[in-house]
Design a protein around this ligand. Structure first.
Ligand code: SAH
Ligand code: SF4
Ligand code: F3S
Length: 487
């Protein structure tokens, strides 16, 4: 187990071991020596800063990067004014890329002031050859570039970078087997993301993720369960199971295991209070999963079910493999089985060839399903995806107009729906001090709705009964219900 490793006993004068994770432990030990030398030179502890772009997968990966940097002896800084800065990038839409390029200029100016500063870039954007070419040509001040498939090797790459004065570039085209038991720094003590699978096999025609994250690979149920047991021992109450398409979990395992079976196993873990998961692809959502959700109260009353478009014609061009009727029937079945569920979704507007009629179909689904919230996106053309080569790309002003109309409807519907729990008592996981109001806390209901209520910071991480007294559109104001457990 990683927690039991004593890095001072690793002999770095020997050749590194070939097997993982022992090889990475060896390189952590080497990095510790480099960082120690740097500390002597600087007369202070060297610092690091990680910045994450993109989805929860990336956030989880960044916790692994942070874990390695801390194990190597760096101290966490609160801004980019640090000795080692790493950006974990996203490329799902063009604006995610632009933000990274924008920040790089700023990093360069910081590096001019701190000659010991090192800059690293990793994540999905780095899996694209044209990005790496551009960086090599015009961003010579970057010290390390690596991709998503070799993130497990970060300690080794860090060691190489600390020994080199040239840009280190290591990006793999293909995925690697899953390496367990590497260090990791969790952002919250009471809730945690847990990867259950990596990659995606769906190839939705607009999406870059399958190209930058590789094919689906599931972790074994034993490894997942063991990780969660450890987390619970360390105070975690809620886990979020992560995968690009959790409903196809386990199809690649021998013997195969369904996602519903996995949930059934995990909900048995004592003292684990809540299980969430993301993301569900409608085409693979099984009747078995709906039953399991209905049966076990530990499984949160929230389902994120990306629609993408309400037009069957566009859904086919998107390669989503369901149509409008399938989607509506599925949401009805879910609501029947789990009446208090909160449904949320992702929608893209302006996909190539989308007509006004297609768009009205999307609005129709939003009218009918009743989402609590929806993430709405303007279609972004991603190089290398089939949709990028499709004719009839939609002019920006048309897409923008549809986007605004969609957002208005989503908000109107969400606001009307969210009042449905008014006056009830709900179990809330207290997450943080309220940023706006002194002496107030913010917590989350099983349905993923936020509740603000007065209370002491000592309650952070606890599950409490809260009475919802006011609905403010997308969140509630509440008051703690005093009971003999929580005086
Ligand atoms: N695997 C998840 C989502 C991953 S990306 C799923 O299938 O639901 C998150 C969201 O980004 C997608 O649901 C989609 O709505 C949006 N998205 C992906 N590619 C996009 C693109 N090229 N342009 C605009 N939005 C996109
Ligand atoms: Fe992208 Fe589709 Fe895979 Fe989601 S399921 S990551 S949208 S290809
Ligand atoms: Fe972005 Fe990669 Fe996630 S492209 S959305 S960070 S899988």
């Amino acid at each position: 187990m990683y927690a039991e490793i004593d890095f001072t006993t690793i002999d770095t004068s020997q050749e590194p071991p070939q097997e993982e994770p022992a090889r990475q432990y060896y390189f952590i030990a080497k990095c510790r020596q480099h960082v120690k030398h740097l500390e002597e030179k600087l007369g202070r502890r060297p610092t690091f800063f990680t910045q994450t772009f993109g989805c929860q997968m990336n956030a989880r990966d960044s916790e692994k990067l942070t874990g390695i940097l801390q194990a190597a002896g760096y101290e966490k800084a609160s801004s980019e004014e640090a000795d080692f800065v790493i950006y974990n990038t996203c490329t799902v839409r063009e604006n995610a890329n632009q933000r990274v390029y924008g920040r790089l200029g700023y990093l360069h100016s910081l590096k001019k002031r701190n000659p010991h500063m090192q800059i690293a870039l990793c994540g999905c954007m780095m899996q694209e050859a044209h990005v790496v070419e551009k960086l090599q040509k015009s961003y010579f001040f970057v010290d390390l570039i690596f991709g998503t498939h070799n993130l497990y090797k970060f300690a080794e790459l860090l060691d190489t970078t600390l020994e080199s004065d040239r840009m280190v570039v290591d990006v793999w085209e293909k995925e690697h087997t899953i390496v367990e038991d590497l260090p990791c720094d969790r952002k919250y003590s009471f809730k945690s993301g847990v990867n259950i699978m990596f990659g995606c096999n769906n190839f939705c025609s607009y999406c870059i993720v399958p190209y930058v994250r590789g094919r689906e690979r599931s972790r074994s149920p034993e490894a997942i369960s063991e990780e969660i047991r450890q987390l619970v021992q360390n105070g975690v109450r809620e886990v979020m199971l992560l995968g690009q398409n959790v409903n196809s979990y386990g199809k690649d395992l021998l013997p195969p295991v369904s996602f519903a079976r996995l949930l059934e196993e995990l909900q048995k873990i004592p003292n684990l209070a809540r299980i969430r998961f993301m993301t569900s692809h409608p085409k693979d959502l099984s009747p078995e999963l709906i039953q399991v959700m209905a049966k076990y109260p530990k499984i949160c009353r929230h389902l994120h079910l990306p629609l993408q478009s309400g037009s069957s014609r566009i859904l086919q061009k998107m390669n989503r493999r369901y149509d409008k009727e399938d989607y509506l029937a599925l949401t009805e079945k879910i609501r029947e089985a789990v009446p208090d569920i909160s449904l949320t979704t992702d929608i893209i507007v302006g996909f190539p060839g989308e007509t006004e009629e297609d768009f009205l179909e999307t609005l129709d689904v939003v009218e009918r399903v009743g989402y609590d919230t929806a993430f709405t996106f303007l279609y972004s053309r991603r190089t290398g995806t089939p949709a990028a080569a499709m004719p009839e790309q939609i002019p920006e002003d048309v897409a923008k107009d549809r986007f605004d109309r969609l957002l208005a409807l989503v908000q109107e519907k969400g606001r009307a729906r969210s009042g449905r729990f008014m006056g009830s008592i709900q179990e809330v996981l207290v997450e943080e001090k309220n940023a706006a109001k002194e002496g107030w806390l913010t917590g989350r209901m099983s349905q993923n709705l936020l509740v603000h209520f007065p209370g002491s910071a000592a309650l952070i991480g606890e599950l409490l009964p809260v009475r919802l007294t006011k609905c403010k559109g997308f969140y509630y104001i509440g008051e703690q219900v005093k009971c003999h457990y929580h005086q």
